[in-house]
Design a protein around this ligand. Structure first.
Ligand SMILES: [Zn+2]
Length: 322
């Protein structure tokens, strides 16, 4: 009995005409990412790449060995699991890479691992946490390249043989972009909407902005784009897009109400509240519940529903005093 080699056709899952999905697996984090391959006359346009790991690289090597041509790589956002192998594609495979101009300016250019790690560590401690786990390793290498081209909000870009409109949807990431194909009502959503989980809204660069407010606004934008099939960065494709969007919105509303119920006059830190709400956490995702709680608290504070108390460099959130 011979062992047949895995080839192109075994690895791809067809999701819509001329669009295939390649699930790239890797250890840690989300453990897998969906990369989409859009067939065109000049080869495939690849959307997102997987992490900078041997496992993810091997998957792509096997795929490329079958002789397929990749025209370009286009990224939905610059989180590690999406951008991880972009530089590798550019330098080792000779494929041009396109990112958003915003992603390049804010996330790639002048990126300094040490200072962003310190900023994030400071943010976590200020909000009652113990700081960053030591195991966080330097990821500068994956961000250290010059993209071959950029896209911006409202641009029309060619992916495969079709034109797509570029939509900016900040919230999950400040540089989260989606690509919409009007005729077929196909939306490549990145991690803005996922089928299995509610995307984490966090402050991963350590700066205290209000991404929950942006996320709600980015959910509203979706009403302008009737979608029959949405292609997310993780898990299964989404066929009932409107109800999935509504579910995620309702879930955030529920969590906001829940947080309001936990407020006391003296106040509690984001870390304390996160533990009360989520309970014991799988260490691999230690920061996600904390971040989700913190961004909701910042949002509630911006709406005037709760107040912030700062003492000795520590932040607490509490109910409004009457
Ligand atoms: Zn992401």
């Amino acid at each position: 009995m011979g062992i047949s080699k895995k080839g192109e056709s075994d690895m791809l899952i067809n999701v819509v005409e001329n669009i295939d999905k390649l699930v790239v697996r890797f250890p840690g984090g989300m453990r897998e990412v969906n990369c989409y391959l859009l067939k065109g006359d000049n080869g495939y346009t690849v959307i997102d790449t997987g992490t900078y790991t041997k496992e993810a690289m091997d998957t792509w090597k096997t795929f490329l060995e079958s002789g397929v041509v990749v025209e370009k790589v286009v990224l939905t956002h610059t989180h590690q699991d999406h951008i991880g192998l972009a530089k590798w594609f550019q330098e080792q495979i000779g494929v041009p890479v396109f990112t958003s101009r915003r992603g390049y300016t804010e996330m790639l250019k002048g990126r300094n691992f040490k200072s962003s790690k310190e900023k994030l560590d400071g943010l976590i401690k200020r909000h009652g946490g113990e700081g960053l786990p030591d195991r966080l390793h330097d990821d500068s290498i994956i961000y250290d390249f010059e993209p071959d081209g950029f896209f911006e909000e409202n641009d029309i870009i060619q992916l495969g043989n079709h034109d797509y409109k570029v939509i900016w949807a900040p919230g999950h990431a400040p540089d989260q972009y989606m690509f919409y194909q009007t005729n077929r009502k196909v939306m490549i959503v990145g991690d803005h909407i996922l089928n299995n989980i509610s995307p984490v809204i966090g402050l991963w660069n350590g700066e205290e902005t209000n991404p929950m407010k942006e996320y709600y606004q980015s959910l509203e934008i979706l009403k302008n784009y009737p979608t029959e099939i949405a292609l997310p960065g993780h898990s299964e494709v989404i066929l009932d897009f409107d109800s999935r969007v509504q579910w995620i919105k309702d879930r955030h509303d529920y969590r906001l109400d829940q947080l309001l119920g936990y407020m006391t006059e003296n106040g509690k830190s984001a870390n304390e509240l996160s533990k009360e709400i989520y309970g014991p956490i799988n260490p691999a995702f230690l920061l996600s519940p904390f971040m989700a709680t913190l961004t909701r608290l910042i949002y509630l504070e911006s709406l005037g529903y709760i107040r912030r108390v700062e003492e000795n460099g520590k932040v607490l959130f509490g109910s409004l005093t009457t």
